[in-house]
Design a protein around this ligand. Structure first.
Ligand code: HEC
Ligand code: HEC
Length: 330
C-alpha cells in the first residue's frame, strides 16, 4: 500500500472517531476507483453490454458476468453459444482488476489480454475478432466514439479490449461492513461476524485468502490436506505448464461479494457458503468446523459484500444496413 493512501485512510478512520485497525490485519479495505481514463470507460461499458460482439448477436460479457448478480451468472458452469454447456464456473468480474492474473489457471496476464478470449471462444461468444470489428466499423456512432477515444478511423481489437479492461477497472466494491470495521467503526460488525473473522484468521484461511480482494493473489492447490473429488476435467495450472505438481492448482478466488457469487469452486459444485466453508476447512486445513463455527464464518463472509457498481444504463448505437447479420442458430 502506498504511504499517501495509507495516511488518507487513517485520516478517515480518525474522522470516524477512532483509529483504523487494518494496519495489523491480513485484509485491507478495497480502495475506490482510481486513475481511469473516463472516455475509455464509457466506451468499454457499451462494449461490455453489447451482444453484437457475439456470433449470435445475443451473448454479451454481461450474460455470464451479470453486474446485477455480483458479476457472475450464478450457474454451475456457464451457457455459451448455441446453448453449449461451459467447462468451468464463471468467476466474478467484480474487483478482478486486483487479481494477480486472470482465469482460474491464470492463463491471461491482465484484463486486457483476458477480454480478447471470450469473443473468439467457440464455446462462449463464438465470433472472430475480424467479424466483431466489422460489426463495430459498420456503426457510425461507434466509429466516431473510437476515433474520439483512440484517435484513429480504424477500430482495432486492441482498442476494444483496452476499453473493456478500463471499464472493468471501475468494477470495485468498496465500503463493505467489513471494510468499515477495518477503518475503525467498531459497530459495523456484530459479535457473530467478529467471531467468524477471528476463526477465519486463527484457523488459517488467511494464508490463502488475504489482501484487498481476500484472494486473487496466489495459486494454491485445491485439496491440500485431502484430495478434492470432482467430475470436472479442469487441471488448473497444470493445463498450462504440463507439470504434475501443478495439478489442481487454481487461482485463489476473491471472497469479496462471495454472498452473491454462488455456486462455488471452479466446478461450481458447492451450492452454498455453508458447504464451501465446510469443504475448505476439511480439505485445505484438516479441520472440521462445528455448526456454530461454520455459521460464524459464513456470517463474516457476508460482511464482505461492498457497494455494487451503479451507473446509468448505456444506450447502444443501432446497427445499420451494412452491419453483418447475427447468426443465432447454426
Ligand atoms: C459464455 C459465458 C461467458 C462470456 C460471454 C464471457 N465470459 Fe468471462 N468468463 C467466463 C468463464 C467460464 C470464465 C472462467 C474461464 C476459465 O477460468 O477458464 C471467465 C473468466 C473471465 C474473467 C477472469 C476473472 C478471474 O477472476 O479470473 C474475466 C475478467 C472475464 N471473464 C471477463 C469477461 C469479459 C470482459 C467478457 C466479454 C468480452 C466475458 N468475460 C465474456 C464466462 C464468460
Ligand atoms: C491453501 C490455500 C487455501 C486455504 C487455507 C483456504 N482456501 Fe479457500 N480457496 C482456495 C482455493 C485454491 C479455492 C478455489 C478452489 C476451486 O475452485 O477448486 C478456494 C475457494 C474458496 C471459496 C469459494 C469461492 C468461490 O468463489 O468459488 C470459499 C468460500 C473459500 N475458499 C473460503 C475459505 C475459508 C472459509 C477458508 C478457511 C476455513 C479457506 N477458504 C481456506 C485456497 C484456500
Amino acid at each position: 500500500m502506498k504511504p499517501t493512501t495509507c495516511l488518507s485512510l487513517l485520516a478517515l478512520g480518525a474522522a470516524l472517531g477512532s483509529t483504523a485497525v487494518y494496519a495489523a490485519e491480513p485484509i485491507e479495505p478495497i480502495k475506490p476507483v482510481q486513475e481511469v481514463n473516463l472516455a475509455q470507460v464509457e466506451l468499454g461499458k457499451k462494449l461490455y453490454f453489447d451482444p453484437r460482439l457475439s456470433k449470435s448477436g445475443f451473448i454479451s460479457c454481461n450474460s455470464c458476468h451479470n453486474l446485477m448478480m455480483g458479476g457472475t451468472d450464478n450457474l454451475q458452469t456457464s451457457i455459451g453459444h448455441n446453448w453449449q454447456q461451459g467447462p468451468i464456473n464463471s468467476p466474478t468480474v467484480l474487483n478482478s482488476s486486483l487479481n494477480v492474473a486472470q482465469f482460474w489457471d491464470g492463463r491471461a496476464a491482465d484484463l486486457k489480454e483476458q477480454a480478447a478470449g471470450p469473443i473468439a471462444n467457440p464455446g462462449e461468444m463464438a465470433f472472430t475478432h475480424t467479424l466483431a470489428i466489422n460489426v463495430l466499423q459498420s456503426i457510425p456512432e461507434y466509429v466516431n466514439e473510437f476515433k474520439l477515444v483512440f484517435g484513429s478511423d480504424e477500430i482495432t481489437i486492441d482498442d476494444v479490449t483496452q476499453a473493456i479492461a478500463e471499464f472493468e477497472k471501475t468494477l470495485v466494491t468498496p465500503n463493505s461492513p467489513f471494510d468499515q470495521w477495518l477503518l475503525g467503526d467498531e459497530d459495523a460488525l456484530t459479535d457473530q461476524e467478529k467471531a467468524g473473522y477471528a476463526l477465519f484468521k486463527d484457523s488459517g484461511c488467511v494464508a490463502c485468502h488475504n489482501g484487498q480482494a481476500v484472494g486473487g493473489s496466489s495459486f494454491q492447490k485445491m485439496g491440500l490436506v485431502e484430495p478434492y473429488v470432482t467430475e470436472n476435467g479442469a487441471e488448473g495450472l497444470a493445463g498450462i505448464t504440463g507439470k504434475d505438481a501443478d495439478r489442481m492448482m487454481f487461482k485463489v478466488p476473491t471472497l469479496r461479494n462471495v454472498e452473491l457469487t454462488y455456486p462455488y469452486f471452479h466446478d461450481g459444485a458447492a451450492k452454498t457458503l455453508t458447504d464451501a466453508v465446510d469443504i475448505m476447512g476439511r480439505l485445505q486445513l484438516g479441520r472440521e468446523f462445528s455448526e456454530e463455527e461454520n455459521m460464524q464464518i459464513v456470517a463474516f463472509l457476508k460482511t464482505l459484500t461492498g457497494d455494487q457498481p451503479s451507473f446509468v444504463m448505456p444506450q447502444l448505437p443501432p446497427s445499420t444496413d451494412t452491419t453483418p447479420a447475427p447468426t443465432p442458430f447454426e
